[in-house]
Design a binder for this molecule. Sequence first.
Ligand code: GLV
Ligand code: MN
Ligand code: MN
Length: 408
Amino acid sequence: MRIRTERIQKDLDAINAFNGTPGKGVTRFTFSKEHQGALSYVVEELRRIGVKCTFALGGNLRGRVDGSDPSGPAVMMGSHLDTVGEGGRFDGTAGVAAALEAARIIKEEALFHRLPIDLVVFAEEEGGRFGWGLLGSSAWTGRITADQLAKIRDREGAGYGEAMEKAGVKIQDSTLLHRDNLKAMLELHIEQGRILESRNAAVGIVEAIAGIKQVIVTIEGSADHAGTTPMDLRRDAMQGAARIIAAVETVARQEGEGGVATVGQVFCEPGQANVIPGLVRFSVDVRHSDESRLRAMAAGVAHVAENVSKARNLQCRIEVKAEAEPVEMTPGICGLIETIARKKGVEPVRMASGAGHDTGIIAKICDAGMIFVPSRGGRSHCAEEFTEVEDIALGAEILLDTVLALAR
Ligand code: GLV
Ligand code: MN
Ligand code: MN
């Protein structure tokens, strides 16, 4: 094996030292000082091997390893360094560490490639800061415009561009990614599920990424005295919201095994024990790998929300926060990863990803593939998230060969 496991371990440790919640998982929100610290580490490691980095549209970091044809379309590899609040050490970080080590090997061994190989760190994959995921890749591919991006604010009201500027991120390249400048995207990621572990397999090949719709439901009633307002005169936003939230599970179950739905955020106003809630706002995240079933789930949630609100004399508003259609990875790249894995004596498992990934956004404009490595107990988005470094190293070895084959 060319990949050096101990260097990946060092990268994981160095990046995860940038953590806003030590002892309580890892929190590294986009453009925070922790995120900037982790990016600076990657920039410095790339500088050591003679790779220069630039910030691209959306605040994505790119380090370019030129090949014999610097004007050709790039082959990209990488992932993200932002996390959910109190998340894990590997979601995104494993993919960046793997790509970084692959870049070192390419440079140190002067491995031949014709096309440029880009190492990328996407910004705001999780939506932990701005409440909306896959933002960096969406901006870079023109899926959302600079104007739309500028309007997105974090909880404190800071705009995306403003936060980027405050972090010292200056866009040096405002070229959109498109078919002519990008040949393929490869991402190594932890599985975040239990399939590989249950099959005792070291490597997964992603064939499809589930589609996501995230909406914010706002239920408005009237805030009244909890002691003096009789039950039949209330317009209690929480009682309405509770019924809608309970129905979200039913909507997901109706779509069979592939449907999942989550209410992960709930806000209540005025939020006092002796006041009937006047307003409840909650998120609904629905996912399915089938587009029509995904749409049916979103419609099902909207239908319940409207009916419950009407029956209880409440006002209901639904805003779409984020959407990503289900996407298939390129069959030729899946086959290439499989061939390379088998040459290394590994039998990979083909699977779908329930988690969203920037590669799903990039896949709209070029060939794309993802390599999964096992997650212990399937745990993810929590402090318990764990992947053996040896598994990341094996995945990185496959990533390296796949990227080189595509860039030849
Ligand atoms: C990102 O991890 C997502 O799937 O929401
Ligand atoms: Mn991720
Ligand atoms: Mn994640």
